[in-house]
Design a protein around this ligand. Structure first.
Ligand code: ZN
Length: 372
């Protein structure tokens, strides 16, 4: 090799090395700036613990942890700090029924995953709430089929919004059914894999693992522990994932499925291993994880018919398995309502008026659901 060729190669190698080095330095600087921005921008909470007749209220304002202690339980409690809002009228939660009947409208939404703004817009556009977040849906029922937690960064805001709205709905003769999804159950059981990084920062600030902020001493934690995994409204059964055909073999009523699921919700608090029924309900074929109505391995219609007959229902509404829109499967026997709100761009709701089903769009328009 000639000397000038060697020289050219050396120059080229030096240039490549310099480019690589500057790329890594830039990445490091962006990462550092990103982290810095994240921690000073964080507003979150409140997290309210009630222990021995005392209330400890904690929140994060611009990356700083704040707290206030009350030596009695002051209800109704209104919190407004740093753009964060919460209202607690009561901390006593009566377990909901598994079955409701009536001639009222139903709206269902799923897999909000911390996308507060999309949820709020959908509820406003479809006249569930007004611009101040007041319930204007009368005796209607709002069903949320799970997965408020994880992915997005407005989980706490969503929970407090629904906590307040639940009371307003009840006062107006309406009802909110907040059903548990796998992500609620994962977070309560310390599986924090899908947490938005903001909540890692919040946990670190309070020197606690994030799920400890939702202990059974906390207002939101106790509220979540009171929630069901399914509800039947008229001829429709709602849940996060779905029922596998094996569910019928358990010979459990819908109310028993709710109570069995609930009593084994948080493994750490159980003090024993989950029994076989409990393990089944929490497993991949149980109501929060099942995906058997979709894809290549989906069950045949005959098996689905048996499930519908067993529980005396005409259809099952599920979230969990993401779609681009609210859509029907098995000629309307399954309606999938996870419309990918998690992507933070768009979303739909399911509207049921008598026996008519509609897709409700983000702009407030609706169209009859095609029964494919
Ligand atoms: Zn899910």
């Amino acid at each position: 090799m000639k000397n000038n060729q060697k020289g050219k190669i050396a120059i080229m190698l030096t240039a490549i090395l310099a480019i690589c080095l500057s790329f890594f330095i830039a990445q490091f600087a962006i990462g550092f700036a990103g982290n810095k921005k994240l921690s000073t921008d964080v507003n979150d909470g409140p997290y309210i613990d009630i222990i021995n007749n005392e209330m400890l209220v904690r929140w994060v304002c611009q990356g700083q942890k704040k707290s206030k202690k009350y030596h009695s339980i002051e209800l109704p409690f209104n919190f407004e700090q740093c753009g964060l809002k919460a209202r607690v009228d009561s901390v006593n939660h009566v377990a909901a029924n598994a079955i409701y009947r009536g001639d009222f409208d139903v709206i269902a939404i799923s897999d909000i995953h911390g996308q507060f703004a999309l949820m709020e817009t959908l509820l406003q556009q479809h006249k569930v709430v007004d611009l101040e977040g007041n319930w204007i849906f009368g005796d209607g029922h709002l069903v949320i089929t799970g997965d408020i937690f994880d992915r997005g960064d407005k989980v706490t805001e969503t929970l407090w919004y629904l906590y307040r709205l639940e009371k307003l709905a009840a006062d107006a003769g309406g009802k909110i059914h907040l059903l548990l999804g796998n992500h609620e159950v994962m977070v309560l059981n310390q599986d924090l894999r899908y947490l938005h990084e903001k909540y890692q920062v919040v946990g670190n600030l309070f020197e606690q693992s994030f799920e400890a902020l939702f202990s059974d001493n906390s207002v939101l934690g106790a509220w979540l522990r009171s929630k069901s995994v399914l509800v039947k409204i008229n001829n429709v059964l709602y849940m996060h994932g779905g029922f596998s055909p094996e569910i019928a073999e358990l010979k459990m009523s819908l109310a028993q499925i709710n109570s069995t699921f609930k009593q084994s919700l948080v493994k750490k608090e159980l003090g024993r291993e989950r029994a076989s029924n409990e393990s089944f309900l929490h497993g991949t074929d149980g109501p929060i994880w099942y995906r058997g109505y979709f894809g290549l391995l989906s069950i045949n219609e005959e098996k689905l018919d048996k499930i519908l007959k067993h529980f005396s229902i005409d259809r099952i509404v599920v979230g969990h398995t993401s779609q681009e829109q609210v859509l029907s499967r098995y000629h309307g026997k399954v309606v999938a309502i996870d419309s990918s709100i998690k992507n933070g761009k768009n979303g739909e709701v399911l509207l049921i008026n008598s026996d008519r089903l509609y897709r409700g769009y983000l702009n407030g328009k609706k169209s009859v659901l095609e029964m494919n």
